[in-house]
Write a new protein. Structure first.
Length: 218
């Protein structure tokens, strides 16, 4: 097993990292291009040259995104992609190939890849697509969490449908402004809903409100 080859730090001092990116490619030049582009915009990058090293790492830590080359020396990247999905690795995965074609791209997407990228590529293009993958994954997680919260407060409860929608967004950490934008309502309207929700649920502050949300039975 080959350990992680290098770690690129996208932060210095007390700057907060935007998240960790795992790059899996046995081409050193490609790794360097990706690591340089991603660290420049604030990501922490860990590079691997083989599949076993990546699998070992993902079993203990989930990155924000994985960039995976198809042609690895020890195994097919698509085989590794399927292994990651079997092991329920939740990170969005981008697959790249210098010999890509439509059937390969279709196979990658069907196997669980978020995106398929043809080599050679520009570092800036990969950065944009990594950010799109992370954003898409975040929306999926948020939508799933919102749905679960809504299920905790069925229609028979004293909250109206709109109040439950507002409550669900509070539960996943959305601010009043973000909630207003998502629901197409004014900030003042959201503040009013929040006050009524707290009153109906008997919560004296935001912390107690969130605690009451997660104390509810499904």
């Amino acid at each position: 097993m080959i350990a992680a080859l290098s770690v690129g730090r996208g932060m210095s001092g007390d700057t907060v990292s935007r998240g960790g990116i795992y790059v899996v490619d046995d081409d050193a030049a490609a790794r360097d291009v990706l690591a340089g582009a991603l660290t420049q915009v604030g990501y922490d990058v860990i590079c691997f040259a083989d599949g076993p090293a990546l699998l070992s790492e993902t079993r203990v830590r989930t990155p924000a995104c994985i960039f995976l080359d198809v042609q690895l020396s020890d195994r097919s990247g698509l085989e590794l992609l399927r292994k990651l999905r079997i092991e329920d690795c939740p990170a969005p995965i981008l697959v790249a190939s210098a010999h890509g074609n439509i059937p390969m791209a279709v196979d990658a997407i069907r196997s669980g890849a978020f995106d398929f990228i043809e080599k050679p590529f520009l570092g800036s293009d990969v950065v944009a697509r990594v950010q799109a993958a992370i954003g898409g994954y975040g929306r999926c997680v948020e939508e799933d969490a919102t749905a679960k919260i809504l299920q905790r407060f069925p229609e028979r409860d004293p909250l109206t449908l709109r109040e439950r929608e507002v409550l669900a967004r509070i539960a996943v950490g959305k601010t009043n402004k973000e909630t207003a934008r998502q629901l197409g309502l004014s900030l003042r309207t959201i503040e009013g809903y929040r006050a009524r929700i707290m009153k109906k649920l008997g919560a004296r502050n935001a912390t107690e409100l969130v605690r009451r949300i997660f104390d509810q039975s499904p």
